[in-house]
Write a protein that binds this ligand. Structure first.
Ligand code: PHE
Length: 453
């Protein structure tokens, strides 16, 4: 079908390459930085259960749908929606979904890059031995001094954006496979070692208890929204990142199995990060609800205290930066692919413009931690507002629309062909989840938050 326009990108070399790239996109700051601190802010166990349910019932079906849409059109998100709408004979307005995704990606990257900048700065801090034998108060002092300095934050934010753009200019699939292939196992081993340290703190079971024993009285409707939003954020869903990666996927490769693998790896990394961090929180009388600084105020304590901690600290933050890079390139790729494919930009020019815009926007987040920390819009700092707007609103709305499109607009025959699942229950179950369960859940959570239910 649809080969009227030539594609301008290479395809992944194999199904494995796609799995690596999509896992690289999924596993990032969301798992190691965000999951622990929002779990801490939202009371622990009950929040974790809602998040896990959202991954299974909403995230995985939508990941299958999003990959499928991209693969069917082989184009960027905006054109994907245009082409598939035409194919289904549906209303043209669906292409706004592609637009919203591109904008959400740039908004997310603007603050993502600032936090990845923190992680980069911590590589240097680990290297110079700043954490050596430091207690919780000293580690907190280091963090507070650092985020209080706009100059330092701008420097690291700029460096990270530059690195992202240098990779994206060369095309996302070059080098990415190797980076992720090396990254995932190493990250996994380091997290296991940190869990090992957590076991020696004396507060290991208190940490586990916090993470896994649900107390549903602590759940507000906003916590449920945050858990659901995080399921989208951590799996890179609802904004076209997975769609664009799906568009680079050769035909004939099974989509459903890959989605399970990616979501599984992503969830394991997040849970390990939580299991490593909360015992350190309790052992040092820190507060689970310390906010976005949580990992920067806890993990350095472990690196300062454990044998081999110097090297581990360096490796850990290097890996966090690499994990963030493999996510950040997928945040900006939809915008770049669109500028190249639809607007005739050269890849270089597309990167420069989208990168500059994102960098500028990122300054808002930088200042929200220091000079503008008193600026509140709807009761939120600029960083909090961007996070809420994207993770809690834009991604779920994007995901909802993807579910409706895949479940109700696209012809059944087309999705069945594209997914090519083995005969039996697989397709009907997916179809049920994507047509009813996933969109109804998102809708229900939204109604709850605005107080209608
Ligand atoms: N999934 C990434 C993470 O957890 C963030 C991301 C969100 C990447 C949306 C792409 C799209 O860090």
């Amino acid at each position: 079908m649809m080969d009227t326009k030539k594609t301008v990108h290479d395809a992944w070399s194999s199904r494995f390459a796609f799995i690596l790239a999509a896992t690289g996109s999924a596993v990032g700051l969301g798992n190691i930085w965000k999951f622990p601190y929002i779990t801490g802010e939202n009371g622990g166990g009950a929040f974790v259960i809602v998040y896990l349910l959202c991954v299974m019932l909403i995230g995985i079906p939508i990941m299958i749908a999003e990959t499928m849409l991209g693969r069917r059109s082989q184009r960027n998100p905006i054109e994907t929606m245009e082409l598939l709408t035409e194919e289904a004979g549906a209303d043209k307005n669906w292409h706004y979904l592609g637009w919203m995704g591109i904008i959400a990606g740039l908004l997310i990257l603007s603050y993502y890059s600032v936090i990845a900048g923190w992680a980069s700065a911590y590589v240097l801090k680990a290297f110079t031995g700043s954490f050596f034998d430091a207690d919780a108060a000293a580690i907190k002092g280091i963090f507070d001094d650092f985020v209080g300095s706009p100059v330092q934050l701008i420097f690291w934010h700029s460096l990270f954006m530059l690195a992202t753009m240098l990779i994206v200019v060369r095309g996302v699939n070059k080098g990415l496979e190797k980076a992720v292939q090396f990254l995932m196992p190493s990250l996994f081993v380091l997290l296991l070692l940190l869990v090992g340290y957590a076991m020696t703190t004396g507060s290991y079971f208190q940490g586990l208890h916090f993470l896994f024993t649900p107390d549903f009285s602590k759940l507000t409707s906003n916590s449920v929204l945050t858990a659901m939003g995080h399921a989208f954020f951590t799996l890179s869903l609802g904004m076209g990142a997975i769609m664009v990666y799906g568009s680079y996927l050769p035909k004939g490769i099974s989509i459903a199995k890959t989605a399970f693998l990616i979501a599984g790896a992503d969830t394991v990394v997040a849970l390990l990060a939580g299991i490593a961090i909360f015992p350190i929180v309790f052992a040092n009388n820190l507060h689970p609800d310390s906010g976005p600084g949580l990992i920067f105020q806890t993990l350095p304590i472990a690196f300062g205290a454990m044998t081999g901690g110097w090297l581990m600290g360096i490796l850990f933050f290097v890996m966090l930066v690499v994990a963030a890079l493999t996510s950040s390139i997928s945040l900006i790729e939809p915008a770049v692919a669109w500028l190249v494919e639809s607007k005739g930009f050269s890849r270089e020019k597309a990167c420069v413009w989208s990168g500059l815009a994102t960098w500028l926007l990122g300054l808002g987040t930088v200042f929200s931690f220091n000079v503008w920390s008193n600026v509140k819009i709807f009761d939120r700092s600029i960083f909090q507002l961007l996070d809420y707007l994207t993770a809690n609103l834009m991604l779920p709305i994007g995901g909802f629309c993807i579910a409706i499109f895949a479940g109700w607009i696209m012809h059944r025959q087309h999705s069945e062909d594209e997914l090519n699942m083995p005969a039996g229950l697989a397709y009907p179950v997916w179809k049920l989840l994507i047509s009813y369960v996933a969109p109804a859940s998102v809708f229900f959570v939204f109604l709850h938050v605005i107080g209608v239910l």
